[in-house]
Design a protein around this ligand. Sequence first.
Ligand code: PEP
Ligand code: MG
Length: 592
Amino acid sequence: MSFQVFGIPVSRGVAIGRAVLVASSRVDVAHYFIDPAHVPSEIKRALRARDEVARELESLKEDMPEDAPHELAALLDVHLMLLHDEALLGATRQWIVERHYNAEWALSAQLEVLARQFDEMEDDYLRERKADLEQVVERLLGAMAAEQGGAKVGAAQVVQRDFAGEDPLLLVAADIAPADMMQFKRSVFHGFITDIGGKTSHTAIVARSMDIPAVVGTREASRLIRQDDWVIIDGDSGVVIVNPSPIVLEEYRFRQRQSELERARLARLRHTPAVTLDGERIELHANIELPADAAAAVEAGATGVGLFRSEFLFMNRDGELPSEEEQFQAYKAAVEAMKGMPVTIRTVDVGADKPLERLSANELRHEHVLNPAMGLRAIRWSLAEPSMFRQQLRAIYRASAFGKIRLLIPMVAHLSEIRQILDTLRRVKQQLDDNGQPYTQVELGVMIEIPAAAVMLPLLLPHVDFVSIGTNDLIQYTLAIDRADEAVAHLYDPWHPAVLQLIASSISQARAAGKSVSVCGEMAGDAVFTDLLLAMGLRNFSMHPSQIPSVKQRILRADSQKLKAALPAILSSEDPEKTASLAFAANSQRMH
Ligand code: PEP
Ligand code: MG
């Protein structure tokens, strides 16, 4: 039966493929594709785990004390029966053979299928056997982990495969932590659907950086969609169509081809400089998560990296932090890949929906910290961990010997933080001098993402070389809307007059002080806001590489002086979005 699920569109385009369900409770299970040549050995691994668990259960039964309740033995029999049921391991084998999932993934995929069948049972007693099934699967996963010496399979072992000719796969999950999203970044999924999340949650941001269609905040997609269902993701409107009819499928295949043609057309702008009709040169920088992303930035025609979210180097490491040397190599690689163009490295911004541990944003929100978005995140965490902070700064400074680096500090709200940072920088440079380690001048910038920083900007500016406006957090904190919470996503409004005033005044104050200013939040990469930001005087935008062509196209058609003339009316309007759309439409008509 065909049906639709609605969510929040976060990454454009159309994806068509088969659903792969990943349960968030088992998100710690490694999901990777095995080489087809390893199918037999992977099946053997699953079977060895089955034999091991069977031995465990048998010996539990044998060692049961005389006076143990009779139900206990019966329960172990149920577990043994489930363990040997073909519906569990027989079908797991199929996932390995047909889809080349690793054994843990295949097992959890089959658990999803069976758990739903149990959920639908009328009989209470049978329905409750789902818990037994889960326990058996947990034992099997434990046996597999023990066989590998407890080692988790990291991203490095994810097998890259060319899936040409096979059905594309779409990932469906209740929630995906940004750390897991990073694993999938090197994977083969063609689209993502989650129950949780907002337009600027970090899971959405990583999906956008992968430039594949994604819909978040669907609330129940992971409950309604089944393993292997055919699914269409409409990343433009936020609609997910499950088991589409042939006519609908054909319509979406047509749209998919159209959007590929449009992308190819825009890609031709790659080497065209971003200059407005009235001759204003605009810098289009890239947001990256890993050094390897720099290649896509260069390919898209970026003139620098405006935001390297260094915290992604700190994820998927089982609690261990990257060493100074490892960080140095990563920053150096990014700088070298950018071939002399500037690279803005933001110091680690963990916390809120980017936990270091592999917890989902939801777990973090509800179980671990009182109010993570307002807690010990970003620069607050760095200042609370001075040796970690110095280590990162040393690595960044050392990389400056290989290219142009700018240092960006997230979440600044107090002048005292800037003083502490300057003090730490003095110590770091002294250490490098003492060790004879070379570095060059590094510009210092702060992110404007807390309203307090925007309001007191004239006091901050004398201490820094540049500022970068993080609209994602600035909107979150100005409107008191958790950016990752789909329940309030409708109130997350970049067009809110208070938000626009803070952005406009930050840009004009920085420019008046002769300091460079950029926007690196998601607004910068959304062509809907390009005219508005140009009108505010912005000349430096930073965004996902894939967004550069569409923003550049708007810039090439814009007259910054005419746009600027419309700004006062927009900023004083009760409905800025409408006023802007009328003013900018009139502007572009005049231009034709
Ligand atoms: C922002 O807040 O706008 C920003 C760019 O930082 P992040 O999205 O990583 O919080
Ligand atoms: Mg931020």
